[in-house]
Design a protein around this ligand. Structure first.
Ligand code: ZN
Length: 297
């Protein structure tokens, strides 16, 4: 397992972590500059932040500062109530692949979606099996396009509390079942798989099958590794993630399992925290990320 205690060369910042500074929206160019100043070598930006600043501008800034991406957030949200909605999702996901290529991301992260309408507050139906079928079909279709563009897709299983509104793929096992079905030749071939997973400790730390499924994934399907911590109590289902070391997740143990398979990429800090970290100065948040990356990851 790599020693993170002396530097932060394998730290990546998911830019949602400093989406706000002292409660105010922080534009992506400023986030990039603040990361570069601290010798942070990688980021994972969100599409809305990129769109707000302009794709060309961000591509240029990333290049100027010699940054890498650890992933691009995000595609997915495949299920829809009607054919038109599914077509819109299809088109939007293709644009996400194009943007990921432009930014030279190593993968496009997929948050696959749940019951259509649920995110907006009113689910169109209660058929989660149907949603999962649409996710399967949506990934299958996007995979063809992504492969033609040589952009790997990383399915991110989300904690089951998000099954209704954000992702009906909720365990690593479920994600890998989809990978094995749609990209069956991957385990035996070389390089990175066209379809793999993003392992986010926040979503999967509780899973009794986690170690076994990380071993099943193997190096080729492990496309991204996200860290933060699970606070007790958690006061908001979406925006109360903890800084590494402040909660109950044994992050080094999970990193050991992932690296045991040969994963040698970035450890990406992804914290949504409306009442704590987003209220602090982003410079202090980044400094804390660097420190905790050394001591708690
Ligand atoms: Zn994540």
């Amino acid at each position: 397992m790599r020693d993170f205690s002396r530097d932060h060369c394998w730290l990546s910042i998911n830019t949602a972590t400093v989406r706000k500074s002292r409660g105010v929206d922080l534009p992506l160019p400023q986030i990039i500059e603040a990361c570069a100043r601290r010798g942070i070598r990688a980021i994972a930006p969100w599409r809305d932040q990129v769109a707000a600043a302009g794709l060309d501008t961000i591509a240029r800034l990333v290049k100027t500062h010699g940054l890498e991406l650890s992933g691009y957030c995000r595609g997915g949200m495949f299920p829809a109530a009607d054919a038109r909605g599914r077509q819109e999702a299809r088109d939007d996901n293709r644009r996400a692949v194009d943007e990921a290529c432009e930014l030279q991301a190593p993968c496009l992260v997929l948050v696959v979606g749940g019951l259509p309408g649920a995110l907006a507050g009113k689910a169109a139906h209660k058929d989660i099996a149907l949603a999962r079928t649409q996710v399967h079909d949506g990934i299958a279709e996007l995979l063809d396009y992504a492969q033609s563009m040589r952009m790997p897709l990383a399915i991110e299983p989300l904690h089951p509390m998000y099954a209704a509104d954000r992702a009906c793929i909720n365990t690593l096992e479920q994600a890998l079942d989809v990978c094995d079905e749609l990209d069956p030749q991957a385990p035996g071939s070389s390089g990175r798989a066209a379809l793999g997973v993003a392992v986010d400790v926040y979503h999967v730390w509780w899973d009794p099958k986690l170690q076994a499924q990380i071993e099943r994934a193997g190096r080729r399907r492990l496309l991204a590794f996200h860290v933060c911590d699970w606070l007790t109590p958690t006061t908001d289902l979406l925006n109360d993630r903890g800084m590494m070391g402040d909660g109950v997740i044994d992050i080094p143990r999970i990193r050991g399992w992932v690296e045991g398979q040969g994963f040698d990429g970035y450890s990406e800090v992804e914290i949504f925290s409306s009442r704590n970290w987003w209220q602090q100065d982003h410079g202090q948040v980044l400094d804390t990320c660097i420190q905790r990356h050394r001591t708690a990851v």
